[in-house]
Design a protein around this ligand. Structure first.
Ligand code: G4P
Length: 527
C-alpha cells in the first residue's frame, strides 16, 4: 500500500486514567473487540501491577511487563491502531508524560464514582498544552456512580473544554438499563458481559419509542429529559474543535461488561486523527514523505541489570521503516543497522518488517540512543517538543565512598540522558547534586541502577525543595541579575539551563512578584 494510505489508516493514542478507573480492563476489551486477543484477562499481571510495591524485584518484574505491554498494536476496520499505555500507580514518572508526545490523541478513562482524579488531571494538563484531542470514556455504570450531568460538568471544568456526550446512560448500578446512542438515536440494552465478545446486543431504535419508555420506566424518562437538556444547551459536536482540543466526545459504559467498548473503538477510527506533520527545528516533516524519520520518546532499561542494553521506543514520524535498513542518529551522525527491531503486535513482541508514521518500534541498543534522538536516513533533523517537566520531588544525592564520585557523575549523566531522572547542580558551594523526579519510584530505580550498573553506593537524602521552575528573561542582563540575587536557590540541569528551586508554592509566588520580567517555566523542551 502506498505511504499516504498507510498513514491515513493509522491511529496512535494513549490511554490515560487514575489508577483503578479501569484502564487495564478497557485496554483488554479494546484488544478483544479488535480481535487481537480472544479472551480478556491476558494483557498483564494485573494484581502485581496494581499492588506495585517498591521492592526491587517487583520493579524489575514490572519493567519487564511494561516493556511488553506499554505499546500495543491492533487492526480494526482496516485501521492500524497503536495504543500506548501510560503507567499510573507508583511507577508514575516522567516517562508517563513523554508518552503523550508520541500520540495523536488520548483516551481518558474516568471512574464514574470518583470523577476526574488527580493523576488524570496531571496528564490532562500535558494534553491540553499540546492541544491533543481527547475522547472520554466514563466507566463503571454498572455501579452506583455520580449523576451523569455532574460528571459532564466536572469533565468540562477539569479539561477546560466542552464535553459533548455521544451516548447517555439509562439508569445505573442495579438499574443500569444501557446507553442511548444520541447520534444514531437508538438504545443499546445492557447485558452483563463475559470474557468473550458477544455479537448480538439488543438495540432499540428511537428516543420516542414507547417500548423503551415502558420497559425502562423512570430511568428512561430521566435520561430522555437529560438528553433534551444537554442537546439543547451544549454546542453541537464540531470535529475541528475536537481535533484542536476544544471539545471532547463523551461515552458512558462498563468496561468490565464489554459495554460501550465498541463505541469507543469506533470513535477512535472515525474521530481520532491520523498522524500529522511534526515540527523540527529545520522544517516541518510530513508523515507521508518517502524518507524515514523517527524520534526516541522513551528509553527503557532492560530487565537484566547486568546488561546495559536498553530499548529505545521510536515513534515513526515519516517514511517507511524496513527491517535491516541503516539509519543515522542525527545528533551524533552515527549509523545504526536495524535488524532486530521489535514491534508490539498485541502483547507479543515480534520482529517488525515494516512501520509507518504513527507506529512505534523498539530498538535494542547499548546507550547509542538517547531520549529525544532523531533517526533519519541521513538528514539532520531535531524534532521539537519533547518536554522535560519540572520535577515535583527532590532528593540530594551523595556517594558513600568519595573515590567513586566520578562513577556517580557518569551514572547520573547516563541515567539523566535516558530520562530516568533529572539531575540538577546547585550553584551554592558544597551543594550535593540534586535529583528531581515526578514519581517516588524514580529515586528507587536510580539508586538501584547506580549500584548494579555503575558500582556506586549512593546515599539519597531529603531535600528542602519541592518545586522547580526553569527561568528565562527577555535579556541576559535581567536573567543574570535574577540568578545572582537568588543564587542560594538556583541550580543548573544537564543542559545547563538554570532553574529556580523553591520549598513551597508560596515562596515561588513571592519571587515571581518580585521579578515580573523573569518567566518561570514548568516545562522545558528538549534541544
Ligand atoms: P486500572 O488499570 O485503571 O488501574 O484499573 P483496572 O482495569 O485494573 O480496574 C480496577 C478495578 O475496577 C478492577 O477491580 C476492575 O475489575 C474494576 N472494573 C473495571 N471496569 C469496571 C466496570 O465497568 N464496572 C465495575 N463494577 N468494575 C470495573 P478489582 O476488584 O480491583 O480487581 P479484579 O479482581 O476485578 O481484577
Amino acid at each position: 500500500m502506498p505511504i499516504p494510505q498507510e498513514v491515513a489508516r493509522r491511529r496512535t493514542f494513549a490511554i490515560i486514567s487514575h489508577p483503578d478507573a479501569g484502564k487495564t480492563t478497557l485496554t483488554e476489551k479494546l484488544l478483544l473487540f479488535a480481535g487481537a486477543i480472544q479472551i480478556a484477562g491476558a494483557v498483564k499481571g494485573r494484581k502485581s501491577s496494581r499492588h506495585a510495591s517498591s521492592d526491587w524485584m517487583d520493579i524489575e518484574k514490572q519493567r519487564g511487563i511494561s516493556v511488553a505491554s506499554s505499546v500495543m498494536q491492533m487492526e480494526y476496520r482496516d485501521c492500524v491502531i497503536n495504543l500506548l499505555d501510560t503507567p499510573g500507580h507508583q511507577d508514575f514518572s516522567e516517562d508517563t508524560y513523554r508518552v503523550l508526545t508520541a500520540v495523536d490523541a488520548a483516551l481518558m478513562v474516568i471512574d464514574g464514582a470518583n470523577g476526574v482524579e488527580p493523576q488524570t488531571i496531571r496528564l490532562l494538563q500535558v494534553c491540553r498544552a499540546r492541544n491533543t484531542p481527547i475522547i472520554t470514556f466514563v466507566n463503571k455504570f454498572d455501579r452506583e456512580v455520580q449523576e451523569p450531568l455532574n460528571l459532564l460538568s466536572e469533565i468540562e471544568d477539569h479539561l477546560g473544554m466542552d464535553a459533548i456526550p455521544f451516548s447517555w446512560p439509562v439508569g445505573m448500578g442495579r438499574h443500569f438499563g444501557g446507553v442511548f446512542d444520541i447520534r444514531r438515536d437508538r438504545m443499546r440494552v445492557f447485558r452483563a458481559g463475559e470474557e468473550r465478545r458477544t455479537e448480538n446486543d439488543e438495540l432499540i431504535d428511537g428516543i420516542n419509542n414507547p417500548d423503551i419508555a415502558s420497559r425502562f420506566g423512570t430511568d428512561f424518562d430521566k435520561a430522555r429529559d437529560e438528553i433534551d437538556l444537554i442537546t439543547g444547551a451544549a454546542p453541537p459536536f464540531d470535529h475541528e474543535a475536537f481535533l484542536g482540543g476544544r471539545q471532547t466526545p463523551v461515552f458512558f459504559g462498563s468496561a468490565i461488561n464489554n459495554f460501550g467498548v465498541q463505541e469507543v473503538l469506533d470513535a477512535l477510527v472515525d474521530l481520532a486523527p491520523p498522524p500529522g506533520p511534526r515540527e523540527a527545528l529545520e522544517r516541518k516533516v510530513q508523515p507521508d514523505e518517502t524518507k524515514f524519520s523517527g524520534v526516541v520518546f522513551k528509553v527503557q532499561a532492560n530487565m537484566d541489570p547486568a546488561h546495559r542494553d536498553r530499548v529505545a521506543f521510536v515513534r515513526v514520524s515519516s517514511g517507511v521503516f524496513n527491517r535491516g535498513m541503516r539509519l543515522k542518529v542525527a545528533r551524533t551522525g552515527k549509523e545504526i543497522r536495524l535488524n532486530n527491531v521489535v514491534s508490539f503486535l498485541s502483547q507479543r513482541r515480534e520482529l517488525v518488517e515494516e512501520a509507518f508514521a504513527g507506529d512505534v518500534i523498539g530498538i535494542p541498543n547499548h546507550g547509542v540512543l538517547h531520549l529525544g534522538d532523531v533517526l533519519t536516513e541521513g538528514e539532520k533533523l531535531q524534532f521539537t517538543g519533547l518536554p522535560f517537566f519540572a520535577p515535583e520531588l527532590f532528593q540530594a544525592v551523595e556517594v558513600k565512598d568519595p573515590l567513586r564520585t566520578k562513577q556517580l557523575r557518569t551514572g547520573l549523566t547516563q541515567l539523566g540522558e535516558e530520562g530516568a531522572i533529572q539531575v540538577f547542580r546547585p550553584v551554592a558551594a558544597g551543594g550535593a547534586l540534586l535529583l528531581g523526579a515526578i514519581g517516588q519510584l524514580q529515586f528507587e530505580v536510580v539508586a538501584q541502577r547506580l549500584k548494579s550498573e555503575y558500582g556506586v553506593d549512593a546515599r539519597m537524602m531529603p531535600s528542602r525543595y519541592n518545586l522547580a521552575r526553569w527561568v528565562t528573561a527577555p535579556d541576559s542582563k535581567t536573567l543574570q541579575k535574577f540568578l545572582d540575587s537568588n543564587a542560594a536557590n538556583i541550580a543548573y540541569d544537564v543542559v545547563e539551563a538554570p532553574a529556580f528551586l523553591a520549598s513551597s508554592p508560596a515562596q515561588l509566588r513571592v519571587v515571581q512578584e518580585l521579578y515580573p520580567d523573569v518567566t518561570f517555566h514548568a516545562m522545558r523542551e528538549h534541544g
